[in-house]
Ligand binder design. Structure first.
Ligand code: IVH
Length: 693
């Protein structure tokens, strides 16, 4: 090759080269900073290839700012993960007034408070943004994280540092460690202005202020975050090295004095009526607020009560979100199609004339099941009222009968699977039709695979729903284990993934890397990934806590075939597991096909042993406790929750394995049995003293 000096590269080459540099930089920014690539990886690879060709031929053209010179080719995608010292929870929802009364009732019952006793409730708006935990050490801002899965989130420290609303230094008396939790949001007018500016510059257009806030915080380049109009409200605490108040209202006042903005209006209410009046007041003010809210939040004011109430699954017992009714719109139902889920359920889906509801374009809505279509008398061609509430899938509320035309068509629910043609059945007492195709039904297999790679399961980046469908159809991936042998098989393939339409060297490499990263997986994620009916994230975690290893779980489930045996009783003792969930679990492990899938998969991945969180030095951790008789200082639910929170197991019956029986008034046969077996019997007071140690 002739070596030339850049002086001799003709003007056309220099122009082409400069254009390439600019283009590649723009694509890098779109991909790495905006999460929104504008070209396929293949096209991108082509640009880089051409750049490299020119640089090889005219080395003097290469400057240190060339894309070819940046370290590691491109900045790494994604954020560092940060563990939350105190989990970030979500909130249960109330929709009707009755749900609010029920909430108050639950709080009272749990705490064993008479109805005459006033329970103060702090009420505040529920801001539609993204939650964030900000950590201060000795008053200095040191770290910020998104909620993520609640246990760990993304490190967005540098981005949050650019938010003017967030104090960087707290003056005065402040605990050494202080985590302030709250919501990052964008005002409606700022959102509109941002979108207008984005449109001018060809930037990303956001669907609503919440997406704009999330997209602006999740920027790898903090300068982009800094340029966006982000704001913050503080409404709760994470880890604190010492208490800062005795009430929720006290926390709010402290936060305010430290410079954290507060969403208004807020109130302290003393009755359900009071609370509902607040709700109506805020609902009325909603259109005039400068930011989006999707409801209001109620929190028990006393922190002592909050502590006693504790948490259930992923939400506190001491707070609830009261949502505003969903936004509605009228559109035309064009057709009804049937989707087949991973358990074979046939779900009717409405195809709609696209329409904007609450800032989002909706073109599909779920119809749930056959009865729902009949009950609402929904016909193809009807005008229908649809509604959307937060992240919930849009639903059809009702038909606008006055607008029904003569040629609207009733829908015959199919008795066959539209995917595999197998017979569909609707069992007695069930609302759904199910495909009987099982293993031969591709829809079920594909949906199971999609679930397997999803965010809360194996979380394999780059293996989205579309790609799963494509790879399944082409028989590249049929079972979970196939995902982990993909790269090996791809090496020998005549049509490797990187050569496929829409793929390139970079994206193929990234995919294989993200698969490799998941060869070791935690036990709760693994159990959840299996897609066993009724086993959600919370139950998977309970099972992991109980059985600790996958082997142990598997053996136990096989032993459960004997429904009289100890293994089955132990399973029923797991929180969240009743007869129906147990049947699904045992059924899953009993099936030969599933055994084979598991064996193949376990050759590819390693499931970590579950290491239970050590609950302080609690003297009852790991002990089995039985509560019996009438308890005076706490309700049964509270007693159980407290004991479990300290790492104890709470059992329903006394055996030689029981460590303590806590006996209230009128204790009967269990107390007698405890005495016969020589198990320690404690009064309520003795129990309280024991756990307070
Ligand atoms: S309190 C343990 N207060 O709503 C309770 N949350 O649906 C922590 N949110 O994840 C939450 N406004 O992102 C609380 N005034 C408010 C809120 C609020 C908005 C968000 C928050 C939370 C989600 C739950």
């Amino acid at each position: 090759m002739k070596r030339q000096n850049s002086l001799f590269a003709d003007a056309a080459v220099v122009a082409e080269y400069n254009k390439l540099v600019t283009e590649i930089r723009q694509h890098d920014a779109a991909y790495y900073q905006d999460d929104a690539p504008k070209v396929s990886d293949a096209e991108y690879d082509k640009l880089r290839q051409r750049l490299e060709e020119i640089e090889a031929e005219y080395p003097d053209l290469v400057s240190s700012s060339s894309p070819s010179q940046s370290v590691g080719a491109a900045p790494s995608k994604g954020f560092k993960s940060l563990q939350h010292s105190v989990p970030m929870l979500s909130l249960g929802n109330a929709f009707e007034s009755q749900d609010v009364s029920d909430f108050m009732e639950r709080v009272r019952n749990f705490l064993k408070l008479p109805s005459s006793e006033i329970v103060e409730i702090v009420t505040e708006p529920k801001i539609d943004g993204l939650s964030c935990s900000i950590r201060y050490e000795k008053g200095q801002f040191v770290q910020a994280a998104t909620r993520g899965d609640g246990a760990s989130g993304e490190d967005i420290t540098e981005n949050v540092r650019t938010i003017a609303d967030v104090p960087k230094m707290i003056e005065g008396e402040v605990p050494d460690i202080l985590e302030v939790r709250g919501e990052i949001y964008m005002r409606r007018d700022e959102f509109a202005a941002l979108n207008a500016a984005q449109e001018k510059t060809g930037g990303k257009i956001f669907a609503n202020p919440r997406n704009a806030a999330a997209g602006s915080v999740r920027q790898l380049n903090p300068q982009v975050s800094a340029s966006r109009p982000l704001q913050f409200f503080g409404y709760a605490l994470g880890q604190v090295s010492e208490p800062i108040a005795e009430t929720q209202d006290g926390i709010r006042k402290k936060l305010k004095s430290w410079g954290f903005a507060q969403a208004e209006p807020q109130a302290v209410c003393v009755s359900v009526e009071d609370i509902l009046a607040y709700y109506r007041d805020v609902e009325m003010k909603r259109p005039d607020l400068p930011y989006d809210i999707d409801g209001v939040v109620y929190k028990v004011n006393s922190l002592a009560y909050q502590e006693r109430l504790g948490f259930i699954a992923r939400a506190p017992r001491w707070a609830i979100a009261h949502k505003f009714p969903a936004e509605k719109a009228v559109t035309v139902l064009k057709d009804i199609i049937i989707q087949v889920g991973r358990t074979g359920v046939l779900t009717p889906v409405a195809e709609l004339e696209p329409i904007t509801v609450g800032g989002v374009v909706v073109s599909r809505a779920t119809l749930h099941n056959e009865d729902e279509i009949q009950r609402k008398d929904i016909r193809i061609g009807d005008h229908v009222v649809i509604q959307r509430a937060g992240d919930v899938i849009p639903q059809i509320v009702e038909v606008v009968l006055e607008k029904r035309s003569a040629d609207s068509k009733a829908f015959d629910f199919p008795h066959q699977c539209p995917i595999c043609d197998s017979h569909a059945v609707r069992e007695e007492g069930e609302a759904v039709w199910r495909c009987t195709g099982g293993l031969i039904c591709p829809a079920q297999a594909v949906e199971r695979l999609k679930h397997f790679v999803s965010r809360l399961a194996f979380d394999i980046e780059g293996l989205g729903a579309k790609i799963i469908e494509e790879f399944y159809a082409e028989e590249l991936i049929q079972t979970p284990a196939d995902i982990f042998t993909l790269e090996e098989r791809d090496k020998g393939s005549l049509t490797p993934i990187r050569k496929r339409a829409g793929w390139g060297d970079l994206s193929a490499k990234n995919l294989f890397e993200s698969i490799e990263k998941r060869r070791v997986i935690s036990l709760p994620r693994f159990i959840y990934a299996l897609g066993i009916p009724q086993i959600g994230e919370a139950t998977a975690k309970r099972l992991a806590e109980t059985y600790l290893t996958f082997d142990a779980l598997r053996q136990a489930m096989r032993a459960c075939a004997d429904s009289e045996g100890d293994a089955y009783l132990a399973l029923l003792n797991v929180q969240d597991v009743g007869e129906s969930v147990a049947a699904d679990l045992v059924g899953f492990f009993a099936e030969a096909h599933n055994q084979k899938i598991l064996d193949d998969l376990l050759e590819q991945v390693r499931v970590e042993e579950f290491v239970p969180v050590v609950v302080g030095d609690s003297p009852v951790a790991g002990k089995t406790v039985v509560f019996t008789g009438t308890l005076v200082t706490m309700s049964r639910a509270e007693a159980k929750a407290t004991a479990e929170g300290l790492g104890a197991k709470v059992a329903g019956s006394v055996s030689s394995k029981t460590d303590y029986v806590v006996a209230g008034a009128d204790a009967g046969s269990k107390l007698k049995k405890a005495k016969d077996l020589g198990v320690s019997v404690l009064t309520e007071e003795e129990w309280a003293a024991l756990i307070r140690m």
